[in-house]
Write a protein that binds this ligand. Structure first.
Ligand SMILES: *[C@@H]1O[C@H](CO)[C@@H](O)[C@H](O)[C@H]1NC(C)=O
Ligand SMILES: *[C@@H]1O[C@H](CO)[C@@H](O)[C@H](O)[C@H]1NC(C)=O
Length: 166
């Protein structure tokens, strides 16, 4: 009996040793925090994509270690609220234009969804022709959105490739 048990124990150990290790997660680099101010909202209503509400962007500022500047008074949020499902989320759909403190324009698209704690999880896409900020066309970025009395704030990071598996 003792022998059987020790064989089983050994088999268990080697199965654990052979279980595939999860890959290393990517690192993140902080990009900036943006404060956005909005104007009066327009309730488009409950259509095929949910209950849409449109909010124009009137301005804002962003600041971080690699870029600073202002949010241009153009663009807005075209989000939809999923009212037909239990726990339905607000789906974020934002387009805005950044002007950096040194005069470059960067177009920013944000999607994502509200979370049960009231925050929002955001994915972003950037495009610009600026030589200085050209790197921002090629990153994968995400953010965490908080709604404040003065408007939404989004903390934004980009991912870094983890070390290659050995
Ligand atoms: C955003 O607003 C907060 C609170 O008012 C302020 O502390 C922060 O400096 C602002 N950041 C930017 C980038 O405007
Ligand atoms: C942005 O502002 C921060 C603090 O004000 C500064 O440390 C940083 O160098 C600035 N970055 C750029 C790209 O101007």
């Amino acid at each position: 009996m003792k022998f059987i048990y020790s064989i089983l124990a050994l088999a268990g150990l080697s199965a654990a040793a052979k279980a595939p290790k999860p890959p290393k997660p990517p690192g993140v680099t902080y990009l900036y925090t943006v404060n956005i101010t909005g104007g009066d909202s327009y309730p488009v209503g409950n259509g095929p994509y949910g209950s849409r509400i449109v909010v124009p962007i009137t301005g804002g500022t962003f600041s971080g270690p690699r870029l600073n500047g202002t949010v241009m008074p153009v663009g807005g949020e075209w989000g939809t609220f999923d009212a037909d499902h239990e726990g339905g989320a607000f789906h974020i759909d934002v387009r805005q234009t950044f002007k950096t403190d040194d005069g470059a324009y960067i177009q920013v698209m944000e999607g994502g969804a509200s979370q049960p704690d009231g925050s929002g999880h955001v994915y972003l896409r950037f495009d610009t022709g600026s030589e200085k900020y050209y790197w921002i066309n090629n990153i994968v970025a995400f953010g965490v959105l908080h709604r404040t009395p003065t408007g939404p704030t989004i903390d934004t990071w980009m991912i870094n490739t983890p070390p290659a598996p050995k």
